[in-house]
Design a protein around this ligand. Structure first.
Ligand code: SF4
Length: 212
């Protein structure tokens, strides 16, 4: 167990991982492995944010609803916001799919994104494609899609073997006892909500303002 910094406390039970905590790392966008490792085992005070959650929810839910109606028009049975939990030996992997369309043994797994396209969105769906056959969609052939305002994009082409190996590697790291290093960088720390991190990289703007 790591040294506890002020504003952090240990959660009970084995490490618990929410899908979006590891997707930037899976996609190679984030490098700081300590961030998902710490999120999985500590409660922590969060940095303040001006993110407009109500506006995001409205836009996101409208996208999901549009797609749901379209799938149902094509004969799919739909499931919205379905949670899953996968118990590994070291850690629990948990998440919630936006939308799944089912027709016969075919399943389309869709995640709606309001922002600009990024590989971490694809990795989110790839994790769903990994986890759902092990939880509540055991008998379906699944495909994944990311839905942006500009339209649907089929999920990144990654072989099942590569996908499973990468997810297993990251879950092993996040669930493991070896504490990874913190690797601060302005681009990552700026979006990291762990207020207690002692190594946060200052933003250039803050550096500049501190000059006068
Ligand atoms: S603030 Fe930066 S160094 Fe600290 S955990 Fe977050 S990303 Fe890592």
């Amino acid at each position: 167990v790591s040294k506890l910094f002020p504003g952090m406390s240990l959660k009970s039970g084995k490490p618990y991982v929410w899908v979006t905590w590891i997707t930037p790392y899976l996609a190679g966008i984030d490098r700081c492995a300590w961030k998902p490792w710490a999120k999985a085992r500590y409660r922590y005070d969060k940095t303040s944010s001006d993110f407009d959650f109500a506006a995001w929810t409205k836009q996101h839910d409208a996208m999901v609803q549009r797609r749901k109606v379209s799938l149902e028009g094509d004969g799919y049975v739909t499931r919205v916001e379905t949670p899953f939990q996968l118990e590994g030996a070291r850690a629990t992997l948990s998440g919630k799919t936006d939308l799944v369309g089912l027709k016969g043994n075919v399943g389309r797994v869709i995640d709606a994104k309001t922002g600009r396209a990024t590989d971490k969105d694809h990795w989110q769906v790839l994790v769903y494609l990994f986890a759902l056959p092990l939880t509540w969609l055991k008998d379906h052939v699944l495909t994944g899609e990311v839905e942006y305002e500009s339209g649907l994009v089929p999920v990144l082409s990654v072989s099942t073997r590569e996908r499973d190996a990468r997810i297993a590697e990251v879950m092993k790291m996040v669930g493991g006892d070896v504490e990874p290093e913190r690797t601060p960088s302005e681009s990552e720390c700026r979006y990291c909500d762990i207020a207690a991190c002692p190594d946060r990289a200052a933003t250039k703007a803050a550096d500049k303002v501190s000059l006068f």
